[in-house]
Ligand binder design. Structure first.
Ligand code: DGL
Length: 264
């Protein structure tokens, strides 16, 4: 077997602070059902969104190194907006030969599709404060007004599957966006800029987001992963499509969420 063919048999590494990355994994499974995946939830350090950049960067570098050393991954998907915002440049600098895909809030598709030219962005405090996010928003600000709302506590509530808290926080953050709808001056599009938030879509819809366009990033991340693997000659249609779930702390949320959100 050639060296490339052997490399292609290795798994893809995927990580997030917790269960949020499962919304990306769901899209990856649909796009690349035969690829093997090792998923790491950094539950010992979750949530990332209200921590300082240095810690999140350190965790992203540590987890990536472990995925390389212990699981011999052929590619990495950073399934977390916060970790992507603060660590992806450093990860690419340290691992130039490793295909790396990150996730960013879907501002570009939002700017392309909004009719009212007002878009709400729900994301973690750390993502919204990052230089990477500020640059992305500035590049699109000519035709679209983005209303950012840092959603403190929401990823943690989703992680804990605490429905009353998820409801309370969704109501608070939707209210903070201002008028929602399709009239001039309304926000007609919501960017779910944290990979945990797609798991709150139903509650968002029940609390005022019904009829708005809700954008998440799973499908584009999965397509980009396919492109990078193809370009590197690393696509493997013959693997079994296994997923190994690992957690750095408690794995209770991860086991429940994988069962709940990923089993067809
Ligand atoms: N799911 C992550 C994100 O996309 C992190 C959420 C958190 O841990 O605060 O930003």
């Amino acid at each position: 077997m050639s060296e490339l063919a052997a490399l292609a048999q290795r798994p893809i590494g995927v990580f997030d602070s917790g269960i949020g990355g499962l919304s990306i994994l769901r899209a990856l499974r649909a796009e690349l059902p035969q690829e093997d995946v090792v998923y790491v939830a950094d539950s010992a350090y979750a949530p990332y969104g209200e921590r300082d950049e240095a810690l999140v960067r350190e965790r992203a570098l540590r987890i990536t190194q472990d995925l390389i050393d212990q699981h011999h991954i052929k590619a990495l998907v950073v399934a977390c907006n916060t970790a992507t915002a603060v660590a992806i440049a450093e990860l690419r600098r340290l691992h130039p030969a490793l295909p790396i895909v990150g996730v960013e809030p879907a501002l570009k598709p939002a700017a392309a599709s909004t009719q009212t030219h007002r878009v709400g962005v729900l994301a973690t405090r750390a993502t919204l404060a990052s230089a990477k996010y500020r640059a992305l928003q500035t590049s699109l600000a000519a035709n679209t007004t983005f209303v950012d709302v840092p959603c403190d506590g929401l990823a943690a509530a989703i992680e804990a599957d605490n429905t009353p808290d998820i409801e309370r926080l969704c109501q608070r953050y939707l209210a903070a966006l201002g008028p929602l709808g399709h009239a001039p001056g309304d926000i007609d599009t919501l960017v779910l800029g944290c990979t945990h938030y797609p798991f709150a879509s139903k509650i968002l819809n029940e609390n005022g987001a019904q009829g708005l366009v809700l954008l998440e990033s799973g499908a584009p991340v999965a397509r980009q992963t396919r492109r990078l693997l193809l370009d590197a000659g690393l696509l493997n249609p013959h693997n079994t499509g296994s997923v190994r779930y690992l957690a750095t702390g408690s794995d209770a949320s991860l086991r429940w969420a994988a069962q709940h959100w990923l089993t067809p």
